[in-house]
Design a protein around this ligand. Structure first.
Ligand code: NDP
Ligand code: OXD
Length: 306
């Protein structure tokens, strides 16, 4: 079995060593133009040339959860796309989102500023029941995040494409459920995949329909959010602020207004990192299962885009 590795911005050597240890019978190499055909590929943001040359690939293993960049390419005919299924990302996402929501709800930023300025003042505790959190996307990551938020006793709403039942979460689905979901939510957390249906989904119109004092946490993809609309709604006082991990342009330009806006917290696309060991173990398990002709989880449907 031949496996080719083609991951942009990723140090190849530790991945090759880990994959080789997990799949001792495999021949694993780093892809170069003109390389011989392989059976499986481990990829992140490969060039179109890779896809064109590797026409016989059976499955492409994406070393991330989001496959929007991969599906933007012309794929080898018949190749299955397999995304990472959690692999240690869900707990990181739950930490990140709970931190952002709790930090905002408990006004820790204001307390920190006050303490730095020599103050010692109490703020009136806010009502948890006034801070319903809406999680867009109840997939591998969104479900874990929604459950973690419910653990802190926030009222939690969830929105997905198909109907879902998640304990502790008021579930909405489909286009027909979107208005009710927004109207019931004050904090909006985005964990949708980026598809033609979800691009720009957070815009002036939809964000205006959040409850007053709304707050946005975007941890999915930058193109889900119309950034100028977010800034305008914060400046107009309809939204209280935002925590953003992903941006329309990454890296975020050094002089971008989102970096310095006083009500916006930014991080560099780090809310849930790909963990090498967990990912290698998962990919190796799935390759072995495919070779035995068994089904594997995390197969992407290119028509729906995730
Ligand atoms: P999943 O594919 O497991 O879940 C996607 C969820 O979104 C599903 O619940 C799905 O509904 C829902 N959904 C998709 N399209 C629509 C739609 N049009 N309307 C309503 N709901 C919709 O994805 P993950 O949870 O694994 O990951 C989500 C995204 O998080 C990734 O695509 C990626 O972009 C991002 N991500 C960001 C990271 C970071 O570091 N910032 C790290 C990892 C991922 P249904 O259940 O009905 O199918
Ligand atoms: C992912 C990401 O999709 O890191 O896994 O954004």
């Amino acid at each position: 079995m031949n496996i080719t590795f083609c991951c942009t911005n990723t140090k190849a050597e530790p991945w090759l060593q880990g994959l080789q240890a997990a799949l001792p019978g495999a021949h694993i190499t780093v892809w170069q133009p003109g390389a011989p055909p392989a059976d499986f590929a481990v990829v992140w943001a490969p060039p179109q040339q890779f896809m064109d040359e590797q026409a016989g690939i059976q499955a492409l293993f994406n070393i991330g959860a989001g496959v929007d960049a991969l599906l933007a390419l012309r794929l080898p005919p018949g190749a299955q796309v397999v995304r990472l299924d959690d692999a240690g990302m869900a707990v990181q996402m739950a930490e990140y989102v709970c931190h952002a929501v709790v930090r905002h709800f408990r006004e820790f930023e204001a307390y920190e500023a006050d303490m730095r300025a020599g103050g010692w003042a109490y703020r009136r505790p806010r009502l948890r029941s006034d801070f319903s959190v809406g999680v867009m996307g109840l997939g591998v990551l969104g479900e874990r995040v929604a459950k973690a938020l419910a653990h802190f006793e926030f009222p939690v709403n969830g929105w997905s494409r198909s109907p879902k039942a998640v304990e502790g979460v008021r579930a909405f689905h489909g286009a027909a459920g979107f208005d009710g979901f927004l109207a019931a939510s004050r904090v909006l957390v985005n964990l949708l995949p980026l598809t033609p249906d979800t691009q720009d989904i957070m815009n002036r119109d939809t964000l205006s329909r959040l409850q007053p004092g709304g707050y946005v946490v975007n941890v999915a993809r930058g193109a889900h959010l119309v950034e100028d609309d977010l800034i305008a709604l914060i400046d107009a006082g309809h939204l209280a602020g935002a925590t953003l991990d992903v941006f329309r342009t990454e890296p975020l330009p050094a002089d971008h207004p989102l970096r310095t806006h006083p009500r916006i917290t930014t991080t560099p696309h780090t809310s849930a990192r790909t963990l090498r060991e967990e990912s290698i173990a998962q990919i190796a398990r799935k390759i072995a299962a495919m070779q035995r002709g068994e089904p594997v989880a995390g197969i992407v449907d290119p028509r729906r885009g995730y």
